[in-house]
Ligand binder design. Sequence first.
Ligand SMILES: CC(C)(COP(=O)(O)OP(=O)(O)OC[C@H]1O[C@@H](n2cnc3c(N)ncnc32)[C@H](O)[C@@H]1O)[C@@H](O)C(=O)NCCC(=O)NCCS
Ligand SMILES: Nc1ncnc2c1ncn2[C@@H]1O[C@H](COP(=O)(O)OP(=O)(O)OP(=O)(O)O)[C@@H](O)[C@H]1O
Length: 332
Amino acid sequence: KKRSFFSTSSTATRSSTSGDSRFCKFSAISISVTFYPDFQFIQWKWKKRKEDRCDTACGEKVVSKSCQSRRHQPDHCPLTGFLEGWCHLPFPSGNKMRMVGLTGGIASGKSTVSNLFKAKGIPIVDADLVARDVLKKGTGGWKRVVAAFGEDILQENGEVDRARLGQIVFSDPDKRQLLNRLLAPFISSGIFWEVFKLWIKGSEFIVLDIPLLFEAKMDRWSKPIIVVWVDPETQLQRLMARDGISEQQARNRINAQMSLDWKKTKADIVIDNSGSLEELKEQFSPVFAQVTGPLTWSEFGLSRRGALLTLVSVVVAVVSCRNLFNKDGTKP
Ligand SMILES: CC(C)(COP(=O)(O)OP(=O)(O)OC[C@H]1O[C@@H](n2cnc3c(N)ncnc32)[C@H](O)[C@@H]1O)[C@@H](O)C(=O)NCCC(=O)NCCS
Ligand SMILES: Nc1ncnc2c1ncn2[C@@H]1O[C@H](COP(=O)(O)OP(=O)(O)OP(=O)(O)O)[C@@H](O)[C@H]1O
């Protein structure tokens, strides 16, 4: 499988003499870059067509200093040798970045699935952890929330009493919306920062574990989107058991989110977590293979190496074209 990254060609004829019959003539030049996702390399084709071979002097001046020594070699790399031929640039791992969205309902099993990804070495950005950080004592989020909800929501040590705040916001939609509005900018920039750090590290895949992925309209930033679905009764029982809350409290929390059935219709991949942990693991294997499959173009462009390569390609193309077409070919 190959995908052309870009391909361009232009024509120009240049010739010059400097009294002793040295000349240089180029008729056409084509540049193409082809990316082979499955084999993890990029192929550069840099070719002059219908050209008269440069003589030594012209080659030295117009094409590159290494033209003379390299011109008869079949394969030149434009980054190192220049002139014409093919160059394979193998990439070390980390040449792509895929942001996999992982969402679902409360207690549907997102953390359980993200732990399976973690066990395979995939880094996780956990929105719940980010949301905890932005509510720590003294932070901007903390100040806003305390100003809006009052000091009644604080424990003696000044930290937010999460259980208390949870009781308030999960039983009152207006208060919940207020809390969401206050924290949303901090949470989204926190998520962005975590992603950025992983991007800098060159991570290939990132799983964004975001319970409110659709509600917060963050679904546009991730592909594919995995929805961990569970049947309503199992969800209720697991939530009550995990958090030690009453049925009414559990229902309030479930109803605070978009329905799981609706989220399921928006998913690229659905994991049904209504069964046992073993059944979940069985479903996980093909899902893991799917999300770590060949990358798309946008994912490649998004990666650190992709961005760097695009920049290098443009600079090399511009500098090379300038060298070829802007000089008059005469020897000083
Ligand atoms: C209300 C808070 C203090 C309750 O804390 P608590 O420790 O009891 O719950 P925790 O943070 O572990 O969240 C548990 C689950 O509740 C659900 N949930 C959390 N906040 C919300 C919300 N605003 N609306 C709907 N569901 C929510 C999520 O599924 C989450 O996984 C806390 O959830 C919070 O600060 N929420 C607002 C921040 C937020 O939107 N978090 C979600 C990140 S996308
Ligand atoms: N297949 C399963 N079988 C039995 N228990 C499970 C299974 N999957 C998850 N659980 C349990 O259900 C509870 C909820 O799971 P988990 O914490 O992964 O959900 P979550 O979607 O991350 O929740 P939240 O939205 O609150 O972050 C946990 O106690 C977990 O151990």
